[in-house]
Unconditional design. Sequence first.
Length: 149
Amino acid sequence: MKIPELNDNDLLYSDIELRIDSIKNKKRLYTVLYRTTKVFTFIAGASITVLTGWKISGGDKPNHDNVILIISTGIALLAALEGLFNFRDKGRNYDALLFDLRRLRDRICYDFMKGAASYEANKDAHFEEYQKILQAQKTIIEHYDGGEE
């Protein structure tokens, strides 16, 4: 739920909207990076199999071994990058933050639609909730080591 009047008048609401958009973009970036590394790893792995099979079947040419070495290095690099940065897990962390921020935004919109008195009465509570959400996400990001507990 979005209310354009709030975006112009309420600093908290507009900050939440900006963070939601920013987090959506980061999540999309990590998802694309994860899928890209997986696709390249698959293609490179398949290429090694084909080139190795080609060499066995009599397609032996000079520098053929160098091509296999370069492709296998690329596979190792892509797998290491994905393992190091955990793009998929980062995207999932942003999903959790988006859920909390959208829920808070909807509560702000609901209070605004109920009336000005309800909106003003709950403004401080919404700001405190916003601070808790940001602190929780900061803790998740700072203490994330990629392992399971």
